[in-house]
Design a binder for this molecule. Structure first.
Ligand SMILES: *Cc1c(COP(=O)(O)O)cnc(C)c1O
Length: 501
């Protein structure tokens, strides 16, 4: 309910507050203030998080009366600084080592400002003009990096989740074009380490709850091609149909790369759609030294890439690429008011699950024009090297235990000094992680492997150094020692559980 209060005077910088000729100066000033707000924090922030509690932040957000505008960008930004900017999680800060969030490239941020202000929608030609052409060039560029041929195509999406959904939708339609089969009989094969969006997509696509079948992995967590062949056979023997095999190029937890070429041998022989989820591993496409880790990706039917994971792009920037562009027809629907059948100009809406869609491609365009692909690739190499450094530091530390050698840029480990049982380590490690989060000084992620608690470093920031890693590991060990003393009082445990939210 709007609160009654004294009438608020509406200042009129440009009477409507809408971006137009009259507000060009107000726009300049608003952007300068917003830029200054971020720039000033960049130079002063020395930890990834303020450490504010959920209760504190809830109070700040709820105290704002949305029905009583403050009237000026200056005042609203000051308020937003207190509520949001001062308590944001800073992914560029070198002690932020938690999830798949990268620091963003300056040219990409500038492009984002351009795209927001001009507000191009990359659906029809008459809403996007060269925006459509720019996106198409970047789709072609990415397809060339993948090694797809001349018939390849694709489209930018909102993220890996949507790219995977679209890839599997095309696979489903392709399968049912060739073989009229009930949805309930369709199966998707992937390893247990594949992203949960694969299962989500299967449900959205109307498949049965048990449609996603787990393919066994080898000792290092990679899909076993032999197990894949056996599973394909088993599905067939049961009278069901494999609609797609999903190989992951960089699993979210361990950064494992499924053996794409060997998997492609199996899917090619079986005539089954291969979707490669390279949401995380796509940075290897531009790596000067490790491109071959993706060998075989050119044989996929569809590929997911997340530029916002390993191309230093702001959220959102993702794409789905297909070896045969004709497959995109499965998402083409016509509306007389938008994209009539007889339209001759190019459009992207015929290829997308979305209609109105941000011009996210412009960020990658500016990034490539300023930095070039090789600089991005060198950053990717740097963070992979850094993961190896982190693993050595963990191995050398008697209080820490490494789960397995890193593959891409994640490192799984736990606090477990001599004499600490696995059960005790399972209790301590999540607490250590929430203590660290609550301190704001560094951030790591947590996960579970075979029912046991582990900590995870996700390294995506080339500015993080081994010295930063050492600091974070020392902080973790300090928390471990404090927590490992006498069992904490019940109240303390409750508090920590609250913090973990
Ligand atoms: C992050 C991730 C996704 C989901 O991508 P979003 O951009 O978060 O939607 C899919 N697959 C893998 C392997 C990922 O790491």
């Amino acid at each position: 309910m709007p609160k009654k209060g004294p009438p608020v005077r509406q200042p009129t910088p440009a009477a409507t507050h809408l971006l137009d000729a009259a507000s060009a100066d107000a726009y300049r000033s608003a952007m300068a203030q917003a830029t200054e707000l971020v720039a000033s924090r960049l130079t002063t922030v020395d930890r990834p998080y303020s450490g504010a509690s959920l209760e504190q932040l809830t109070r700040l957000v709820d105290a704002v009366d949305l029905d009583r505008p403050v009237g000026t960008v200056e005042a609203a930004l000051a308020e937003a600084a207190e509520i949001y900017v001062d308590h944001a999680v800073w992914f560029h800060e070198p002690h932020y080592l938690a999830h798949l969030n990268c620091p963003v490239a300056v040219p990409a941020v500038a492009a984002d400002a351009l795209a927001s202000a001009i507000n191009t929608s990359v659906d029809t030609w008459d809403q996007s003009t060269s925006g459509t052409l720019v996106e198409r060039r970047l789709v072609r560029w990415t397809c060339e990096r993948i090694g797809f041929g001349a018939t390849a195509d694709g489209v930018f999406t909102s993220g890996g989740t949507q790219s995977n959904l679209q890839g599997l939708l095309l696979a489903r339609e392709d399968c049912r074009d060739r073989l009229p089969v009930e949805l309930g009989r369709l199966r998707v094969l992937a390893t247990a380490n594949s992203h949960f969006s694969v299962t989500k997509a299967a449900r959205l696509l109307g498949l049965s709850t048990d449609a996603v079948r787990e393919v066994a992995v080898d000792a290092s967590g990679r899909m076993s091609p032999e197990a894949l062949a056996a599973e394909l056979e088993a599905v067939r023997a049961a009278g069901d149909v494999v609609m797609a095999v999903v190989a992951t190029a960089g699993t979210t937890d361990r950064g494992v790369l499924d053996p794409i070429a060997e998997v492609a041998d199996v899917t090619t022989a079986a005539g089954v759609w291969l979707h490669v989820d390279a949401a995380y591993g796509c940075g290897l496409l531009v790596s000067p030294t490790r491109r071959h880790w993706l060998d075989g990706i050119e044989r996929a039917s569809s590929v997911t890439v997340d530029f916002h994971k390993s191309f230093f792009q702001p959220v959102a920037s993702s794409a789905l690429l297909v070896r045969d562009g004709a497959d995109l027809r499965h998402v083409t629907y016509h509306a007389d008011y938008l994209n009539p059948r007889q339209a001759v100009e190019p459009n992207q809406v015929d290829k997308s699950l979305q209609t109105t869609r941000r011009f996210d491609a412009l960020k990658l365009w500016l990034t490539l024009r300023v930095m070039g692909a090789e600089t991005i690739g060198r950053h990717v190499d740097t963070v992979i090297d850094l993961a190896a450094e982190a693993a050595s530091l963990v191995t050398a530390d008697p209080d820490l235990e490494l789960l397995c050698p890193p593959r891409l840029s994640t490192v799984l480990f736990r606090y477990r000094p001599a004499g600490v049982t696995v059960a005790e380590a399972d209790r301590l490690n999540p607490l250590i992680r929430s203590r660290l989060f609550a301190s704001g000084r560094a951030m790591v992620a947590g996960t579970t492997v075979d029912g046991h608690a582990w900590l995870k470093l996700t390294l995506l920031n080339p500015a993080t150094t081994p010295a930063h890693l050492r600091e974070v590991l020392d902080l973790l060990v300090d928390h471990g020692r404090t927590l490992g003393g006498p069992a904490p009082a019940e109240q303390d445990v409750l508090e920590l559980v609250g913090d973990a939210g």
